[in-house]
Write a protein that binds this ligand. Structure first.
Ligand code: SF4
Length: 351
């Protein structure tokens, strides 16, 4: 695998156009299959750095990310982080779902990078390229150390997840909220359980995710919902959108943000193969809808956004209060040069 030859320039260009090792030489410390995680192989590695700068950040709502894992057992058919597995010479289909890279030193590394005088103290987004609360987190418990480091440095951050395991870390989240700006979002795109089993087979059911939204709110942590991806022809009927927004409102979400499915290379092939197997009659309509590239046409995106916003208003989901996740964040240090080498291409994924 690629990371076994890292450090010799063989890992290829990263998104910044330079060659950077993802992990240190001899980084893979252990590869094994755990009986309680049948079908999943863990690759434990020592990462070289953990705070990533997002390539092309100007187009994304965040610039810095932390991803303690690579690959995601939530196995969403549409996940566009799939391509990131190719940089490790791993399969972007089933391999992305079952070959999970675990950066076992993530928490310690983060604490060190946050302590660096070069770290500008900027917002860090998590859940952008992998779900930090996927099943592996139950075993590795990387997030408590990560959250504690962010809290101790009063560093602003946001988290996006489909995982119910986030509730394990309620106390840490609350203490972080008290000292820094923290945003928490859960991804729920539809309620249809048949569709959930088909396209998000490893993720908790939508109803359980909404329980997470409710529980977070009850513990004083305002939670938004990313309604993504809205899947054309499968989850975008007016009745489906209405039922979903109504349930999101009932769960007490502070906001709802719809995003239509997009199909970048890596995700596109995997999703199209799934579509051909399960909904062959939709292959042509998809080819037409995505004929321009990875994104659905603007008219479609606008239509979904308008419908969801109207429903959100009807059901009383307001825009997030600006102070919904905010604590008494202390002033930050002046920006300086970023730390460490970038660990590789990072992309926003639709959790
Ligand atoms: S979309 Fe998110 S939750 Fe689903 S497989 Fe990708 S990273 Fe995991």
């Amino acid at each position: 695998m690629r990371w076994e030859r890292l450090g010799d320039g063989s890992d290829g260009p990263d998104a910044g156009g330079t060659t950077a090792a993802l992990f240190g030489a001899g980084a893979v410390t252990r590869t094994f299959d755990a009986p309680e995680f049948r079908g999943i192989t863990f690759h434990e590695v020592r990462a070289r750095s953990i705070i990533n700068r997002v390539p092309g950040a100007s187009r994304l709502p965040f610039e810095w990310t932390v991803n303690p894992y690579r690959g995601c057992s939530h196995a969403c058919v549409y996940c566009f982080a799939r391509r990131s597995h190719a940089y490790l010479d791993l399969d972007t289909g089933i391999g992305f779902d079952t070959q999970i890279v675990v950066k076992t030193n993530a928490g310690r590394l983060l604490r060190r990078e946050l302590s660096s005088p070069r770290w500008p103290g900027r917002h860090i987004a998590m859940g952008t390229n992998v779900d930090c609360y996927q099943r592996a987190e139950g075993r590795y418990r990387l997030m408590p150390e990560i959250l504690a480091a962010l809290r101790d440095h009063a560093n602003p951050f946001s988290l996006l997840t489909k995982g119910t395991l986030i509730l394990r870390d309620l106390d840490l989240l609350r203490s972080a909220c008290a000292v820094a700006e923290v945003g928490v979002s859960v991804s729920v795109a539809f309620l249809d359980e048949e569709l959930w089993r088909a396209v998000e087979p490893g993720a908790p059911a939508p109803g359980r995710r909404l329980e997470v939204v409710r529980a977070l709110g009850e513990h004083g942590i305002g939670c938004g919902v990313l309604m993504a991806p809205v899947i054309p022809f499968l989850s975008d009927s007016p009745a489906q959108l209405r039922a979903t927004v109504r349930a999101i409102a009932a769960a007490g979400a502070t906001s709802v943000t719809p995003l239509a499915l997009h199909l970048r290379p890596g995700a596109r092939e995997w999703f199209t193969a799934w579509l051909a197997r399960n909904h062959p009659g939709l292959v042509r309509p998809y080819e037409a809808l995505y004929s321009e590239g990875a994104y659905a046409p603007r008219w479609y995106q606008r239509q979904i956004t308008r419908q969801v916003h109207e429903l959100a208003e009807e059901y009383g989901i307001g825009p997030s209060r600006p102070d919904a996740h905010r604590g008494a964040a202390p002033p930050r240090r002046a920006p300086g040069p970023e730390p460490g080498p970038e660990p590789g291409p990072t992309q926003l994924t639709l959790l």
